[in-house]
Ligand binder design. Structure first.
Ligand code: HEC
Length: 136
């Protein structure tokens, strides 16, 4: 009986170690929709039109994020949008604006520690924004 209990305990330990390792190796997938509501809607609005509850108290109006493709001849400028949100590039238009550099913010978040996880999370946000584009 004792040996069996020990065996069961060993199996549990081994199994939970496998689960932990698997969880660490899985690429985490982030929900752009959820993150948008959490981090962005306060300024950009729940439907991304630039009219969130904070918008009025900002010096510069938050961009209407449903019009990003329109300004670029109907092509959604994903690379530019990624860089804008990340805010890491020295020439980035949003350096010093009221829009935070999300690359740094997300890299410090427990769900997306480090530059690469933060980038994956920003890519999910960019993909979500792509789905919101107004039809030309
Ligand atoms: C504190 C308010 C605030 C929050 C929160 C915020 N933004 Fe912004 N955002 C702004 C403002 C203000 C601008 C316009 C800044 C400018 O033009 O200099 C802007 C601009 C942008 C632009 C540039 C649009 C363009 O035409 O180039 C993108 C993309 C964007 N925000 C995405 C996001 C995303 C995604 C989030 C959430 C992760 C977010 N923003 C959160 C205030 C905010």
């Amino acid at each position: 009986m004792k040996a069996r209990g020990l065996l069961a305990a060993t199996i549990i330990v081994v199994a939970s170690t496998c689960v932990t390792v698997a969880a660490r190796m899985q690429p985490v997938s982030y929900s752009g929709r959820t993150d948008f509501q959490t981090f962005c809607s306060s300024c950009h609005g729940a439907d991304a039109r630039g009219d969130g509850p904070f918008a009025k108290s900002l010096k510069k109006r938050p961009a209407d994020l449903t019009q990003l493709a329109k300004g670029d001849n109907g092509v959604f400028p994903d690379a530019r949008i990624f860089k804008t949100i990340e805010g890491r590039e020295p020439g980035s238009t949003h350096r010093g604006s009221e829009m935070p550099a999300w690359g740094d913010v997300l890299a410090k978040s427990t769900e997306s520690q480090g530059v690469e996880n933060a980038a994956a999370r920003i890519r999910a946000l960019v993909e979500y924004l792509r789905t919101l584009q107004a039809k030309p």
